[in-house]
Write a protein that binds this ligand. Structure first.
Ligand code: OSB
Ligand code: MG
Length: 380
């Protein structure tokens, strides 16, 4: 990211909590969701506007943050230190925010809006601004735990849904697993579809005492196992990695560049899921990407069912060279009944085009943004 000599005076910050209805419920080891509650941040600067997203969950189920906590941090701690200030670069922004401990998802809301604004000011696409060099990115799909009409977990339904995604040319399948729903779904997919690119995500639902399950999973040629153990652990992950062949890929445990460095040095992770919101936004996502590239650790771009605004930031990020494995980035129609971008972001044979227009590269539908909003504040 080139950080030379541009200055943006932030004239107005709009922070909105929005609700988006999902087309299908999304279930992981930490819960089942029928809608999403991210925060959309809109910045105004000298006649230009830009949009950021803090893709919070309604409760502290994935990380400790929530929609309300991020709204509070954005309104009461982030906005006051940047409103009517000249911001020179993403680095300058994060220096001003460094007094705020944690709260990475909240910070990503302002970071993404600012990066889009700076790219726009320089007449560059967000991808180019970040140092991206791909014009399309490979995408995979994260498939939640499936249930039948009676609410019982259903492997048959999972097999059917995965079949449809394979037909749609998704480049990799990721299955959500949890204790009691792990070997069986993996085995069923291998039996039905052979050696398709497959990985699993436990969202920190196991402990070291489950080693037998991981030894068993080791037989299925998985690309990786994502975040098997506690969200804040890197020591037990190292112990687990030393006992299995399948690469462990940390998600929840990596919130900073230092977390990445320590986990790599310890041998706790062989691949990193870089989720830009979880690491405080695009600036730190790029730093972690660069560090991992230097250490020969491949990365891929994770997602958290972002709106199209957040997906567009992720597409730009995933265009950087060390994003080796397919991304958890999806077309709007797979996730939401309606979304903020017109036309919907779409998928072509398992790839997404990286917009080359300046800034975000997509048009925002303000009418739907207003309709989806349940709480907002404007600071100027
Ligand atoms: O762990 O990767 C995760 C969604 C919300 C919170 C955490 C995770 C996820 C996903 C969604 O897996 C992937 C996607 O955006 O399609
Ligand atoms: Mg994950």
């Amino acid at each position: 990211m080139d950080i030379s000599l541009i200055k943006m005076k932030i004239d107005e910050i709009e922070i909105r909590c929005v609700k988006l209805d999902l087309v299908n419920p999304f279930e992981t080891s930490f819960g089942r969701f029928v809608d999403r509650h991210p925060i959309i941040v809109k910045l105004k600067s000298e006649g230009m506007v830009s949009y950021g997203e803090a893709p919070t969950l309604i409760g502290p189920f994935y990380t400790s943050e929530t929609t309300e906590s991020a709204f509070h941090i954005l309104r009461d701690y982030i906005a006051p230190v940047i409103i009517r200030k000249e911001i020179k670069s993403p680095e300058d922004l994060h220096n001003r925010l460094s007094f705020i401990k944690g709260n990475y998802i909240a910070k990503s809301g302002i970071d993404t809006a600012l990066c889009v604004m700076l790219a726009q000011e320089r007449d560059e696409s967000l991808s180019k601004f970040l140092g991206g060099n791909k014009d399309k990115i490979a995408v995979g799909v994260s498939v939640g735990i499936q249930r039948d009409e009676k609410g019982k977990m259903s492997i048959d339904k999972l097999v059917e849904i995965v079949g449809r995604y394979i037909e749609e040319s998704y480049q990799r399948i990721k299955l959500k697993i949890k204790p009691g729903y792990d070997i069986e779904p993996v085995k069923a997919i291998r039996n039905a579809y052979g050696n398709v690119p497959l990985q699993v995500d436990a969202n920190s639902s196991y402990t070291l005492s489950d080693i037998k399950i991981f030894r068993e999973l080791d037989k299925y040629n998985l690309i990786l196992i994502e975040q098997p153990l506690a969200y804040d652990d890197i020591v037990d992950h190292r112990k687990l990695q030393s006992k299995i062949n399948t690469p462990i890929c940390l998600d929840e445990s990596i919130e900073t560049l230092d977390d990445a460095r320590k986990a790599i040095e310890l041998g706790s992770t062989k691949i990193i899921n870089i989720k830009l919101a979880r690491v405080g936004g695009l600036y730190h996502a790029v730093l972690i990407h660069n560090y991992c590239q230097d250490k020969n650790i491949p990365v891929w771009c994770g997602g958290m069912v972002e709106s199209a605004i957040g997906q567009s930031h992720a597409i730009a990020l995933a265009s950087l060279p060390n994003f080796i494995f397919p991304a958890d980035i999806g077309p709007s129609e797979r996730y939401f009944v309606d979304d903020f971008i017109r036309p919907f972001i779409s998928l072509e044979k398992g790839y997404m085009n990286v917009p080359q227009k300046p800034g975000l590269g997509f048009e925002i539908n303000e009418d739907f943004l207003e309709k989806a909003t349940f709480k907002k504040v404007i600071i100027n």
